[in-house]
Ligand binder design. Structure first.
Ligand code: FAQ
Length: 309
């Protein structure tokens, strides 16, 4: 059996591919692309909510938001560690993000304007992320699949904390309810875009499905998210932002309105509301952290030379 045949045998049998196993170059490249972009999304995704930590309305809310944002940083680090097992360095990954060679989820280029957005982000953005990530727990690359298991447990808490903010606002004063509705209106469609283009337009899907990197398609995952969100909106007593939403008895799913794909491509090509701001902030934070990396390297070198004596 050739290495290629053995690789496909493992994929078809549902066995995990591990870092030292033989793998086709394109499988490795595709994983580096997807996992690194996933990691970058977690890291850049800290910014919209990080922006509200000092303005959270109570100490309880501040504590929760602080740990939620910290968890996202942790997810980024697991994912960077998983992608490093494929033979790419952290420096290369960061450079790709900062120079725009690597993407991150479009949703994080939308500004977080109100406290209601903390609710909508936790509920809808983490909610969409979970739908995708639950499916990725079965991805064929071992380190990625294992990172997803832990990440999903934490995302599930994040989703509930966001929904709880929405429940509180929607049962509050008229102004609070209006704030919740406004956040839902602004984040609903961008959350649907998180699943990527239609399957017919998705450049990587066919190969990623064949290699079981992706286990469900963009459109199937998006449909799951649309279906599960309808009842949640009803419970909040808010209006659904999609006027074309309709139950389809035959399909057993909701039909829904068309996404604004011009907006999607505009945002992923760098022209969203906050693209420049997000990367500038990342560059600044990275530069300001240089002394920490220097201190770590000096400590490592000192330990090494002490061992050699
Ligand atoms: N945004 O051929 P496809 C989170 C790009 S985690 C930006 O369909 P693929 C947690 C795509 O990269 C959120 N770019 O690509 C959190 C490709 O460009 P490329 C992140 C997008 O990979 C919550 C091109 O379009 N989750 O939020 C987007 O097969 C709250 C063609 O697309 C993941 O990354 C988009 N929405 O499918 C953190 C999950 N969609 O690379 C903080 C893992 C597509 O050729 C606060 N990733 N593109 O230059 C995936 O499942 C897949 O990569 C997809 C895209 C489904 C995102």
């Amino acid at each position: 059996m050739t290495p290629e045949e053995n690789f496909m045998r493992k994929i078809e049998a549902g066995e995990k591919i591990e870092p030292k196993d033989w793998m086709p170059d394109d499988y490795r490249k595709n994983l580096i692309r997807q996992i690194s972009q996933h990691g970058h999304s977690e890291i850049i995704g800290m910014q919209p909510e990080g922006n509200w930590i000092t303005r959270a309305p109570s100490l309880r809310r501040k504590g929760i938001l602080l740990s939620k944002v910290q968890d996202e940083g942790g997810h980024g680090l697991y994912l960077y560690s998983a992608v490093e097992t494929l033979g790419i360095s952290r420096n290369e990954l960061i450079e790709a993000l900062q120079t725009g060679t690597a993407k991150y989820a479009s949703i994080f280029n939308y500004p977080a304007q109100t406290w209601g957005d903390m609710g909508a982000i936790g509920w809808l953005v983490d909610g969409a992320a979970i739908v995708n990530q639950v499916s990725l727990q079965r991805t064929s690359y071992g380190p990625y699949a294992r990172a997803m298991i832990r990440i999903c447990k934490e995302e599930s808490f994040h989703q509930r904390q966001g929904y709880e903010i929405m429940v509180t606002l929607s049962r509050g004063s008229a102004a609070q309810k209006a704030m919740a509705q406004d956040s839902l209106n602004r984040f609903y469609w961008p959350a649907l875009m998180m699943f990527g283009p239609h399957d017919s337009e998705s450049a990587h899907s066919a190969r990623s499905m064949k290699w079981k990197i992706k286990r469900e398609t963009n459109d199937d995952l998006r449909q799951k998210f649309v279906d599960q969100t309808v009842k949640q909106i009803e419970v909040l007593g808010l209006e659904h932002p999609d006027k074309d939403l309709k139950w389809n008895e035959e399909r057993g799913h909701y039909d829904f309105g068309e996404i604004d794909w011009d907006e999607f491509y505009n945002v992923i090509n760098g022209n969203g509301h906050a693209n420049r701001q997000r990367i500038e902030h990342h560059v600044r934070a990275h530069e300001e952290g240089e002394w920490v990396r220097e201190a770590m390297h000096a400590y490592r070198d000192k330990k090494r030379s002490a061992k050699q004596q």
